[in-house]
Write a protein that binds this ligand. Structure first.
Ligand SMILES: [Zn+2]
Ligand SMILES: [Zn+2]
Ligand SMILES: [Zn+2]
Length: 364
């Protein structure tokens, strides 16, 4: 029986929009465009190109039509002008619901990744979902959290949700084996929303942002939009990765949890994904369709070579494409041939792209 990730209800679930349907009706450009969601929009988390605001996940009718819909109503009323770039204020009495909406949207976007990916740790703990659902009547985010509002002046995102795991450490200490919190970033039109939540409350530290964004939660007085330094496309990746968070406590740092963030960065170029190679000088490309496949839990291997003649065996995994071997073209071809799985040829305007569909873990 399907289970609602938020309240634990077992039974028939309904489709909840990651971004509420109201966003389709406020006059934003609805051209299909690249969407992102996930713990860092590495390759495996890019949602591919589709008309905006269509992405849905499964939650129960009680959550969908109850507290989630109440949060959507507040967000639509308060945020619509800012999304369209009109200056204004957020009243203190709306701050809790808006911050809770940011948290709800981040948690919901994380549900886009498959069950397998989430159980592999590419997602947020179930207690986050239950906690927000249990506090449904408070119209507030989970405790030990802070939220900010700002402006987005970039061009390449219309709607995007990012979640980055964070650690809280004294700088000398080594990397903890699990994150102690996470940063959430939402872009909608010209509006930027950012939040942190410490899942280990004893490690909560007060933080600010490099952009000196006005704090939405915990609430002060009314918040003016927009003030603070806007975030453009050049600054966005670092910002969403939590790199602009500043701890207010001496000797304590809040920073991205390395295992989640130190993956090689990829970006999408047309319908091809660019992957930096181990030679350090070149990139190789593969079809963005493999990203969609990875989101559905289907993984592939392919051989490729860069300009310097070095060949690579690449496999897609829940968190992106990984280079599995670096060698001569002959050796990589042999390795590729020896892999289990069925060869398929993907075809698009760039040509033919042979790759192997890897057997599911259970079939191996
Ligand atoms: Zn529910
Ligand atoms: Zn090279
Ligand atoms: Zn991996």
């Amino acid at each position: 029986m399907p289970t609602c990730p938020f309240c634990g209800f077992t039974g028939k679930l309904t489709a909840e929009h990651v971004f509420g349907n109201w966003l389709s009706r406020i006059g934003l450009d609805l051209e299909p465009m690249a969407h992102g969601a996930g713990p860092l929009n590495r390759v495996g988390q890019d949602l591919g190109v589709r008309p905006p605001f269509r992405q849905t996940v499964r939650v129960c009718g009680g959550c969908n039509n109850g507290w989630m819909s109440r949060l959507e109503a507040v967000a639509a009323r308060v945020l619509t002008p800012f999304i369209l770039g009109e200056a204004g204020q957020i009243a203190a009495e709306d701050a809790g619901a808006v911050a809770a909406w940011v948290q709800k949207t981040a948690l919901t976007a994380m549900l886009v990744s498959s069950e397998t990916q989430r159980s592999a740790g590419y997602g947020l703990p179930q207690s986050e979902y239950r906690g927000l659902s249990n506090a449904r009547d408070e119209m507030q985010p989970l405790p030990a959290s802070q939220f900010w509002v700002g402006g987005y002046t970039g061009e390449s995102r219309l709607a995007s949700t990012w979640v980055t795991p964070l650690t809280v450490t004294a700088s000398e200490l080594s990397e903890p084996d699990r994150p102690q919190g996470y940063a959430m970033t939402i872009v909608l039109g010209q509006l930027l929303l950012h939040g942190v939540r410490f899942t280990t409350p004893s490690l909560q530290v007060e933080v600010t942002t490099r952009q000196e964004l006005p704090q939405l939660w915990p609430p002060a007085e009314q918040v003016a939009w927009s003030s603070g330094m806007p975030v453009d496309d050049a600054a966005y990746l670092g910002f969403a990765a939590g790199k602009d968070l500043r701890s207010m406590e001496r000797h304590i740092e809040v920073r991205p949890w390395k295992p989640a963030t130190e993956l090689p960065e990829s970006r999408t170029v047309g319908s091809m994904v660019e992957l930096p190679t181990a030679c350090g000088k070149h990139v190789v490309y593969y079809p963005a369709g493999l990203v969609d496949e990875a989101l559905r839990g289907r993984f592939y291997a392919f051989g490729t070579a860069c300009e310097c003649g070095t060949a690579y065996l690449v496999q897609t995994e829940p968190d992106g494409a990984h280079c599995k071997a670096v060698n001569s073209v002959d050796v990589i071809s042999e390795l590729y041939e020896s892999l289990p799985g069925r060869e398929v040829v993907l075809e698009d305007q760039h040509g033919m792209f042979p790759c192997k569909r890897l057997p599911e873990a259970s079939e191996r």
